[in-house]
Design a protein around this ligand. Structure first.
Ligand SMILES: Cc1cc2nc3c(=O)[nH]c(=O)nc-3n(C[C@H](O)[C@H](O)[C@H](O)COP(=O)(O)OP(=O)(O)OC[C@H]3O[C@@H](n4cnc5c(N)ncnc54)[C@H](O)[C@@H]3O)c2cc1C
Length: 382
């Protein structure tokens, strides 16, 4: 076992750390307060080669692998969870269906602008009546005049409505009612007639990320917008959720780590009864517990990433990492806020933003109840 970063990982970490400290952290509170999606940051991430970390170099990506991706996520997510969650959706679930199942022509046309970072991608699975139950979606794609006619709604979709959005990759039912249910994956460019979206949804956290309901009303797309084979759509979507779980696990770890860092700083600076509060065992033990859990989560997340990089099965490890790291993130955010006392409850405090951003980590990209089901099935071999 080798737990050290190689030179490339250290270089990447330093690059992301410097960028996050200079360009993201100082403005994160303002973006969150004003609900502003920071387009400029994503263009800069593109210039730094960070918008296609998991995409083949042939299509403009860095092909850096999952360990490198987790390294970068620690720095971005430690500065701002809104930026990091948008980057997460773009880099994994939005880009990977095209990267894995697209034709060369589709990759040149849509994956390249995503990987080069001139545009940002979105992934549309969830619907108003189908969240955890992915196969219960109702959005329908019907063959029509050399293409497909799409009708239906998608709910809570990240990155679809920004001024650098390219379009959305959606899952739709392709079978007729009464037939065994079949699904297809389709790419819908942003300005397609019949594709519209609601206003940004107002959320408890991730306030600088773009989340909307998407509407498809007799939205016609040509046949070459089908990604992969008709009938394989659900399998394709479920397949990209595995790397998505590594990504949300990494996002969670970055939050837990940030909460720990802020608790240590406050416990050092804040004095009560004539001494820094970390000298009270009730405070220092909270910090010890946080640090221990963060460390355990770190190794689970990096191990899942490493398994993916070396081509070993990683589905179970990814689900476990997502489950554990997101729960550690919530415990750490709560304990850190407690260490901050009343100052932590103030909107202007950094920990209050991380606290608001933590809960969604147990819900997004498969709730933790669903992760437990996935893990149990894998452990039981069923
Ligand atoms: C900010 C935000 C961004 C998002 N971005 C995207 C995106 O970009 N693309 C996208 O497709 N989706 C996105 N989502 C949707 C997200 O993935 C879903 O919210 C999530 O999968 C849960 O679905 P649901 O909200 O419909 O909850 P439901 O599925 O209705 O679940 C409600 C509760 O019931 C529990 N439950 C349901 N079924 C079971 C079961 N079988 N066993 C045990 N418990 C169960 C759940 O765990 C949960 O606690 C986003 C959501 C949010 C809030």
């Amino acid at each position: 076992m080798d737990f050290t970063f190689d030179d490339e990982h250290v270089e990447l970490r330093d690059l992301c750390r410097t960028f996050a400290a200079k360009e993201i952290a100082p403005y994160a509170a303002e973006w969150s307060e004003q609900h502003v999606f920071p387009t400029k940051i994503f263009k800069q991430l593109g210039e730094l080669g960070l918008m296609g970390m998991l995409v083949n170099a042939k299509y403009g990506g860095a092909d850096a692998g999952y360990v490198a991706y987790v390294v970068a996520m620690q720095e971005l997510g430690g500065a701002d969870q809104s930026v990091a969650c948008s980057w997460n959706a773009h880099s994994t679930i939005a880009s990977l269906p095209l990267a894995r199942f697209g034709t060369d022509e589709q990759k040149e046309r849509w994956l390249r602008p995503l990987a080069e970072g001139t545009h940002i991608g979105a992934f549309g699975l969830t619907e108003p009546t189908a969240g955890s139950d992915a196969s219960g979606i109702r959005t329908r794609a019907r063959r029509d005049a050399g293409g497909w006619l799409i009708n239906g709604n998608k709910m809570f979709i990240t990155n679809a409505g920004t001024d650098m959005s390219l379009g959305v990759t959606i899952l739709a039912v392709t079978s007729e009612p009464g037939e065994p249910k079949r699904f297809g994956t389709f790419f819908i460019p942003k300005d397609t007639e019949g594709y519209s979206m609601g206003a940004p949804l107002q959320k408890l956290g991730w306030n600088a990320s773009d989340t909307r309901e998407l509407v498809f009303e007799d939205c016609w797309i040509p046949d070459d917008h089908l990604i992969g084979d008709e009938g394989n759509g659900l399998r394709q979507f479920l397949e990209v959720l595995d790397p998505g779980r590594i990504s949300v696990a990494a996002l969670s770890l970055s939050l837990a780590d940030a909460a720990l860092r802020l608790a240590v700083r406050h416990a050092t600076d804040r004095e009560q009864f004539g001494r820094p509060i970390h000298q009270f065992q009730a405070v220092s033990h909270k910090i010890a517990d946080m640090a221990t859990e963060v460390e355990a989560a770190r190794w689970m997340v990096f191990r899942a990433a490493w398994l993916a990089d070396v081509g070993l099965p990683f589905g179970q490890a990814a689900a476990m990492a997502k489950l554990y790291a997101s729960e550690v993130a919530n415990r750490a955010a709560s304990a850190s806020l407690q260490v901050h006392g009343g100052y932590g409850w103030m909107r202007e405090s950094e920990i209050s933003r991380f606290y608001s951003d933590a809960k969604i980590l147990e819900i997004g990209e498969g709730t933790n109840e669903i992760q437990r089901t996935v893990i149990a099935r894998s452990v039981m071999g069923s």
